[in-house]
Design a protein around this ligand. Structure first.
Ligand code: AMP
Ligand code: MG
Length: 504
């Protein structure tokens, strides 16, 4: 191995100079299983996210180098990397599963970016690990493209998320409902610790490990809480805040995660583990994007409640860290958890006001917003309607281009009348309102049809150009982009109805 590294040293300079600092690997063996990724047959680079790469000092030119693929598929070990699969547990669809873990991913290692920020370099689809539970450890091209594009779409929308550095396609076949090409995704995140990471140690009564995990996070991510009288309670308070803000953003943009199990909840309040997700197109409060979610547990409108359930699971797991007296710990954690709803509601209302172009606070604003959602239900495209609403001068509001899409025209006209009165009380110019609304109502989201066309080209023709075309578009979703209007249109009916499964 090392001779190969030496001989290729000059050609892959910036990958070779990645500054690994594997903090997680220094935790006790109980936290992970050391494992190496298994390369894919015929692996080749499908897309490289140059914008994210620059943060690490890895360029598009590096990605084109022979050797890059070998490093990012595990055919060659990166100097300094310490690949491992993280263990965790979690509540899946409400039921506790005592052991999960990276079943198809490895943490290649942690690297410092140019700003000295520590990032997990995580390879998804990297073959079986100790935690694969009999599955193949692979990811299909279809779902890898979706994760690649959606991570970056969320980033562009200003919503906290794990990132995607590159997408690797292959000639390897993977068996799902059909035989499909396998792929790998290099995911980056400041941390992959999940609510379920804490649950794993708590439910095994391994309180020393539980404390070590807490200490690790305090050190790496919550250093400013170190000197608090109760640092783990303070950490939980921050997780409650970041989760409330994240879910308010999801609800605001119309993002449906699809599988909000506690093992898919990031301790940093990031969108994590993209599976059967979807952006709402025609507004539907109870939209379900995961075809295995028979009860609609993770329906769009239930996401805030599900986040609260997951925070309760986390609070339980933190009990031994907060106070030796269990009754005291329960009371304290409960008090902090009680902040979730007020924080979520405040964040959501602020988003709703901004989406309506309101700058002042009035008592009836939430009702005004909810009234609009009710009218849109099952009829109107959420994203284009709001974008267009911002573009119409106050005097023309009665002529919204999508007016005819509302079945209850009378109620819609009444709503517009009230909205107009409300705006008139603010006295803002049409231009100022439009500019502000354009900054919060995206023109482009990752619609199902967009992902599908990129997937079809890739699967059928080995053509990845559509992915590279979508990436800059999604990085900048609030701007008008010349020649890209077709991407702002609602997906056709067939694509709106697509439901996806979890572990593809
Ligand atoms: P997910 O629903 O994708 O969050 O996956 C739940 C758990 O199943 C995680 O621990 C995954 O690592 C694992 N998993 C999902 N798909 C596979 C697969 N194809 N092979 C091995 N493990 C998997
Ligand atoms: Mg997961």
């Amino acid at each position: 191995m090392s001779t190969i590294l030496k001989s290729d040293h000059s050609r892959i300079m910036s990958l070779e100079s990645l500054a690994f600092d594997n903090r997680y690997a220094k935790l006790p063996a109980a936290f992970f299983h050391t494992t190496s990724p298994r390369p894919l047959k015929g692996a080749h680079l499908a897309s490289f996210n140059g914008r994210l790469g620059r943060q690490l000092g890895v360029t598009v030119a590096d990605s084109a180098q022979h050797g890059f693929i070998d490093y990012f598929t595990g055919a060659r070990e990166m100097a300094g990397a310490a690949p491992l699969a993280m263990v965790y547990a979690g509540h899946q669809f409400g039921h506790y599963v005592p052991q999960l873990g990276d079943g198809r991913a490895v943490l290649l290692g942690q690297v410092r970016d140019k700003q000295q920020r520590l990032w997990d370099l995580h390879l998804k689809g990297s073959g079986p690990t100790r935690f694969s539970r009999g599955s193949d450890g692979r990811a299909v091209l279809r779902s890898s493209i979706r994760e690649y594009l959606c991570s970056e779409a969320m980033f562009g929308l200003g919503i906290p998320t794990t990132r995607a550095l590159c997408l690797i396609a292959s000639r390897e076949r993977v068996v799902r409902e059909r035989v499909e090409p396998g792929a790998m995704l290099v995911r980056m995140s400041p941390s992959h610790v999940r609510f379920g990471s804490f649950e794993y140690f708590y439910h095994r009564d391994e309180y020393d490990h539980l404390r070590q995990l807490g200490e690790y996070l305090l050190e790496e991510e919550f250093l400013h809480l170190r000197d608090e009288s109760s640092p783990f309670l303070a950490m939980f308070d921050e997780v409650v805040s970041s989760t409330a803000r994240l879910i308010a953003q999801w609800q605001g943009v119309g993002f449906c995660h699809g599988v909000m199990n506690s093992d898919n909840m990031s301790i940093l309040g990031l969108t994590l583990d993209y599976g059967p997700f979807a952006f709402i197109e025609t507004f539907e409060k109870d939209y379900i994007c995961n075809h295995s979610d028979y009860q609609g547990r993770y329906a769009f409108g239930r996401q805030p409640e599900m986040a609260h359930f997951n925070l309760l699971c986390l609070a339980t797991a933190l009990l031994p860290l907060v106070d030796d007296d269990k009754a005291v710990a329960i009371a304290q954690l409960r008090e902090v958890l009680a902040n979730y709803w007020p924080r979520f509601n405040a964040a959501y209302l602020a988003i709703a006001r901004a989406k309506l172009g309101l700058v002042t606070d009035e008592a009836g604003d939430l009702e005004l917003w909810q009234g609009l959602l009710q009218l849109m239900e099952g009829q109107v495209d959420y994203t284009t309607f709001l974008r267009e609403l911002g573009a119409i001068p106050l005097s023309q509001l009665a002529h919204h281009p999508q007016r005819e899409a509302f079945a209850d025209l009378q109620s819609f006209d009444l709503w517009i009348y009230e909205y107009r009165q409300r705006l008139a009380r603010e006295g803002r110019s049409d231009e100022a309102r439009r500019d502000a609304m354009n900054g919060v109502n995206p023109k482009y989201i990752l619609r199902n049809a967009m992902a599908e066309s990129a997937i079809r080209k890739a699967e059928e023709e080995g053509d990845y150009s559509e992915i590279d075309r979508l990436l800059p578009l999604l990085h900048d979703p609030f701007s008008e982009q010349a020649g890209m209007d077709a991407y702002a249109r609602p997906s056709p009916e067939w694509a709106q109805r697509i439901q996806l499964s979890c572990s593809s």
